[in-house]
Design a protein around this ligand. Structure first.
Ligand code: SF4
Length: 258
């Protein structure tokens, strides 16, 4: 068995034994995978589970979502932040209903044509929803690769991004993308964590160069701090005859249309 095959098997075995019980993992419908993946961008898993269950009660399929009023969808999203994600989901649902017979495409190329679906989400829907041989790279995957391959590049650099995608495609075992990709993401979330990786519980110890060279905390290479932009705002509260005035924000402003 090659080193690559034994790494793949170690990760898949670990995932099958240690995966968290999550609602979208019960049936793996592409619709549920899509919504969960968009919710998981920028939001913690525990919160997403609550929102996901409520979302599926209200909008159980693409038909229901495409026909729902925008206010209802935004209300259901309230608290998750980054509302452009919810607006793109709505646009996408209408396109899927009008042009794809309410089905989510299964190829990366077609998925990338849809609003709000970038390379990561397209890879996740194709591999997790359809078990197609399509790679995924997110922050968890990049962290694991930076450690096991000892990649000495700033994670956001174009060089690092293309190298991580290349590695993800090379490592993907044919016919097992669903388990393998989720295994990477789950390992990144539970074991190969940013600050204190639990190396003693990791199935990838024999393959990890950063561990071998005692560099786990230097991989990925730390990023420079993001510049904070101060915003000045004036706020007025209008109350009249027991009523509170609430105005919807302009669509192209910060927190647009909320
Ligand atoms: S051995 Fe440690 S650093 Fe390496 S992949 Fe596993 S948890 Fe991450």
């Amino acid at each position: 068995m090659t080193q690559q095959v034994s790494l793949q098997n170690a990760l898949i075995d670990w995932f099958l034994k240690n995966q968290r019980d999550l609602p979208w993992r019960r049936s793996y419908t592409p619709y549920q995978v899509w919504i969960s993946e968009v919710m998981l961008q920028q939001t913690q898993m525990e919160r997403v589970v609550l929102y996901f269950n409520r979302w599926m009660d209200l909008f159980p399929n693409i038909h229901a979502l495409a026909r729902a009023p925008e206010d209802q969808v935004l209300k259901c999203w309230e608290g998750l932040g980054y509302y452009s994600r919810a607006r793109n989901i709505m646009k996408c649902a209408r396109i899927l209903l009008e042009k794809h017979g309410a089905e989510i495409p299964s190829t990366r190329k077609e998925l990338l044509q849809l609003p709000g679906i970038g390379p990561y989400t397209a890879g996740a829907i194709a591999s997790i929803g359809y078990n197609r041989d399509v790679a995924v790279v997110d922050a968890n995957v990049m962290r694991i690769f930076a450690r096991i391959f000892n990649i000495d590049l700033i994670p956001d650099s174009p060089e690092a991004k293309s190298l991580h995608w290349e590695k993800a495609e090379q490592l993907l075992p044919k016919g097992q993308a669903r388990e393998f990709n989720q295994g990477l993401m789950e390992l990144g979330a539970l074991v190969c964590r940013p600050r204190n990786p639990y190396c003693s519980f990791c199935p990838l110890v024999p393959y990890c160069l950063a561990l071998k060279y005692d560099l786990t905390l230097e991989r990925p290479v730390p990023k420079k701090r993001t510049k904070i932009i101060p915003i000045e705002m004036a706020t007025g509260v209008l109350i009249h005859n027991g009523k509170l005035f609430i105005q919807q924000r302009l669509a192209d402003d910060i927190w647009g249309s909320l």
